[in-house]
Design a binder for this molecule. Structure first.
Ligand SMILES: Cc1ncc(COP(=O)(O)O)c(C=O)c1O
Length: 385
């Protein structure tokens, strides 16, 4: 390994949600935070150096993306995901969540129905309601910790008012990398029913098996898809808001562009652009090592819980560093579990219920942290569970 993912970095008092907002969200300050989906690893030096160099210029006027920005995104998609895209299919935007909210307004009217597969990253359903649209859930099926799509349920939920389906691919929090067959079946239903798919692929680079971008499967599927992505999760630069949308369908992209311009969210700031470019140009080696480290943290957690005879169970995710822990075998009721996590173990995890009602009995643990810190957290958890 060239890169040192074991380095322990103090993130307190850095305007950091994960560490500095514990009191606000959990009511306690002295918790070890394994919640928000960013990593406790330093961003690769290729990015830090580029940002420092840009800062040394000392002047930060309005930023403009260059041809190079678009071409690096294009090359990244080809290199990492074997997806051929044209630079004219890309629009930059200052976050996947803002882009999603804009897409809802671009393709639907008030009271139209949007289908979301729960449990899922909560802004994907909150934003539906916040934009005055009707949320229809198509819960995932779970069997022994393994999740799949319930396409029969999906078909039964479609009405003449269904205009959009939100896909989280790979899926946060259940960690699935949807395979080509699953994506094909899903898209077939959407094509037959004139439903546009918003495919949130922000975790696409953090995968432990082959990932297929939905729109790369066929022209027919690409024609009904708006893909959302970002370098934020991959390179731990979420605070730099460097996201983008991709669609081969001109009408879909134009409607989206109109909406992001209306909301004035169509630009990435000076440092975000620098970070995005240096990440995609020089960050691949770091990413490859990061994936090895994450995989070993996941296996370590699995082994640790087993060795300590913990009642907590989880299936190793196919993607992401987010572990979907089931506390269902625990004899305590959920209120007690939460209380014990916070007051006894002193650990901050995401309550599964925040991802939808189907998340009841689960907590999401972020294992993207140095092994020593992970070991400390697991030690505290198994003392009580
Ligand atoms: C599935 C998913 N989409 C979007 C985001 C956030 O994207 P952004 O920070 O670009 O708005 C996250 C962050 O956790 C996520 O997990």
């Amino acid at each position: 390994m060239i890169y040192n993912f074991d380095e322990q970095i103090n993130r307190k008092n850095t305007n950091c949600v994960k560490y500095d907002a514990l009191d606000k969200y959990f009511g306690y300050e002295d918790l070890q935070p394994l919640w928000v989906a960013d990593m406790d690893f330093k961003t690769p030096d290729v990015i830090n150096d580029a940002i420092i160099k840009r800062a040394q210029h000392g002047l930060y006027g309005y930023a403009k993306a260059s041809e190079k920005t678009f071409s690096l995104i294009q090359k990244w998609m080809k290199k990492r995901h074997d997806w051929d895209i044209d630079t004219s299919w890309i629009s930059l935007v200052n976050g996947v969540v803002p882009a999603y909210s804009a897409a809802i307004e671009a393709y639907t009217e008030i009271d139209d129905e949007i289908i979301v597969q729960t449990p899922v990253y909560f802004p994907l359903f909150k934003s539906v309601k916040a934009n005055g649209r009707k949320l229809v859930t198509n819960p995932l099926k779970e069997e022994n910790g393994y999740y799949s799509m319930d396409l029969e349920d999906l078909k039964s939920k479609i009405t003449s008012k269904t205009k959009l389906l939100t896909l989280c691919s790979p899926h946060n929090p259940v960690g699935r990398v949807w395979n080509k067959n699953e994506l094909n079946e899903l898209a077939k239903i959407c094509i037959e029913n004139n439903i546009i798919i918003i495919s949130d692929e922000i975790h696409a680079d953090l995968v432990f098996k082959k990932f297929t971008p939905l729109a790369s499967i066929s022209k027919e599927i690409s024609d009904i898809t708006l893909t959302l992505n970002s370098a934020g999760k991959t390179f731990n630069i979420a605070g730099l808001n460097c996201a983008y949308a991709i669609s081969q369908n001109k009408e879909i992209l134009e409607k989206f562009n109109k909406e992001i311009q209306k909301r004035e969210i169509q630009s990435i700031n000076v440092f975000g652009l620098v970070a995005l470019e240096s990440a995609y140009e020089f960050g691949e080696e770091w990413l490859n090592e990061l994936l090895l480290y994450l995989k070993s943290n996941i296996s370590y957690t699995k082994k640790y819980l087993k060795e300590k005879n913990s009642k907590i169970t989880f299936l190793e995710p196919e993607a992401t560093y987010l572990l979907w822990l089931s506390f269902k075998n625990n004899s305590n009721n959920l209120v007690k579990v939460k209380q014990k996590l916070l007051e006894d173990a002193k650990i901050a995890l995401n309550d599964g219920r925040s991802f939808g009602i189907e998340g009841k009995g689960y907590f999401r643990l972020n294992c993207a942290l140095p092994k020593k810190n992970l070991e400390e957290a697991l030690g505290k958890i198994v003392t009580y569970f």
